[in-house]
Design a binder for this molecule. Structure first.
Ligand code: GAR
Length: 215
């Protein structure tokens, strides 16, 4: 049976779209059970609505404090009973209630080669630092900011003249392959989200793209 996933977004949802397309093409054995956002205007919500996938908006401002928001988010996500929670451009830090509700079951895609350049502007920080290589990382979410165990990474060059947007666009093309690949790896059992995570079946054909963290 396909792995039910909840996808959390804040914006455009191009990574959500990549997951949906991979599922539709038979490349990702998952089912998007729900799409949740912290922003009612997140463009990506439309992608879900078009496909009649349930959507929910859980806005931080609707709650007394971050703790109450985090607890409400955990409760709403859990109501869809996902086997995996995917942060796909979700620009809020999830708190202890989410992590307790889904231990080692939340993954995040980040537009930099972690542990370098965590935070909200990975591509901009990479350009500012003058690095010649950047990329994207999919990692397990823990209590820190972009600090959880790394599952997979893919690299792109930083070209002379790149600004943050040019670099981000190049990185996103790889995110759109890496993230559905990791979701499929979890769904198929090739990647076990134990603590620590374990690749049972290291990537073969996609080896240039999917770098499993050393065991
Ligand atoms: C993605 O590039 C993702 O890596 C980044 O936001 C973008 C969302 O794009 N996430 C972060 O920076 C998290 N720190 P999308 O809405 O088109 O998928």
């Amino acid at each position: 049976m396909s792995l039910p996933i909840a996808v959390l977004i804040s914006g455009t949802g191009s990574n959500l779209k990549a997951i949906l397309q991979a599922i539709e093409a038979g490349r990702c054995d998952a089912r998007v059970a729900a799409v949740l956002s912290d922003r009612s205007k997140a463009k990506g919500l439309e992608l879900a609505r078009e496909r009649r996938i349930p959507t929910e908006v859980v806005r931080l401002k609707a709650y007394e404090d971050r703790g109450a928001w985090d607890a409400a988010l955990a409760e709403r996500v859990a109501s869809f009973d996902p086997g995996l929670v995917v942060l796909a451009g979700f620009m809020k830090i999830v708190g202890p209630a989410m992590i307790a509700a889904f231990p080692s079951r939340i993954v995040n895609v980040h537009p930099a080669l972690l542990p370098s350049f965590p935070g909200t502007d990975g591509p901009g920080d990479a350009v500012a630092a003058g690095v010649r290589v950047s990329g994207c990382t999919v990692h397990v979410v823990d209590a820190g900011v972009d600090t959880g165990p790394i599952l997979a990474q893919a690299a792109v060059p930083v070209l002379p003249g790149d600004d943050r947007d040019a670099l981000h666009a190049r990185i996103q093309r790889l995110e759109h392959r890496l993230l559905p690949g990791v979701v499929h790896a979890v769904a198929s059992g090739a990647l076990e989200l134990s603590d620590p995570p374990r690749w049972r079946d290291a990537p073969g054909a996609d080896a240039e793209l999917l770098y499993p963290a050393p065991q």
